[in-house]
Design a protein around this ligand. Structure first.
Ligand code: HEM
Length: 225
């Protein structure tokens, strides 16, 4: 396939980098907004507005995580690092599109019973994908199959690490929500919960960025070919 004279690989490479940029950028936005949410000196309404902004911004890394998988696998297959058939790739794309639609619907219906069911389904998918990536990366590193290039196998393992940190970050957000609900009853305890949630989340976020950067570096440098 060619678009304006550029082949599939150039387009996939570009998309791969674009997703990387939006992922890190989106995460940075979430991090900054979180700082305002945790500020005790701001009015409650203002903090809630930042929380809303945070939740909206947080959708960017969520979409990027999902999109990175089909784009990365397609890139790796096109370059001959992975031996996936057209049917396998088509399935990966279809599953990613369905997962993306699920996450989008979930965001819109968060506080409904359907939303709760979709949330559980999304969590289930995350654990399956996480396990599959760990398995593929681990087997690749130890046996050379299904991923022969160690740098790519490590990327898959790190991706599983990124997904784990994403799950841990959700717990922090849950702590925040409890904190905000408590604000009317026990302000001191609520503020402590929010501050603690912010501190833990900041640590996870920094680790997540480091993993993303290492994955980017591995893609550029391809050490241990
Ligand atoms: C958050 C996750 C990821 C990040 C941040 C990331 C980042 C990058 C970057 C910056 C490059 C260099 C691109 C270039 O030099 O043109 C790259 C290359 C590459 N990535 Fe990823 N990547 C991620 C996930 C994946 C996944 C899941 C796969 C596949 C399973 C993958 C497969 C590849 C391949 C095959 C290359 C080599 C491209 C080439 O030689 O031009 N990446 N990655």
């Amino acid at each position: 396939m060619e678009i304006f004279g550029f082949g599939t690989i150039e387009i996939l490479r570009f998309l791969h980098i674009l997703i990387f940029v939006y992922w890190l950028g989106g995460d940075l936005g979430v991090y900054m907004a979180a700082g305002y949410v945790a500020r005790r000196d701001l009015a409650f309404d203002e903090r809630m507005r930042f929380l809303k902004l945070l939740m909206t911004l947080d959708m960017v890394p969520r979409y990027c995580l999902i999109l990175m998988l089909p784009v990365g696998f397609q890139l790796a297959t096109s370059l001959g690092y992975l031996d996936l058939s057209g049917v396998h790739m088509a399935l990966i794309w279809i599953m990613a599109a369905a997962w993306l639609a699920l996450v989008r619907t979930l965001h819109k219906q968060e506080k409904t019973t359907t939303g709760e069911k979709l949330r559980k389904l999304d969590m289930g998918i995350r654990y399956v994908v996480l396990g599959a990536l760990l398995l593929a990366g681990g087997l690749g590193l130890t046996t050379g199959y299904p991923v022969a290039a160690p740098w790519l196998a490590i990327k898959l393992i790190l991706f599983a690490g990124v997904m784990t940190l994403g799950l841990l970050l959700r717990r922090c957000v849950a702590k925040w929500m409890t904190g905000f609900r408590l604000l009317g009853e026990d302000k001191e305890k609520a503020e402590d919960l929010i501050t603690e949630g912010r501190r833990t989340a900041a640590g996870y976020a920094r680790l997540l960025w480091a993993l993303l950067m290492i994955m980017g570096f591995l893609g550029v440098a391809k050490p241990m070919p």
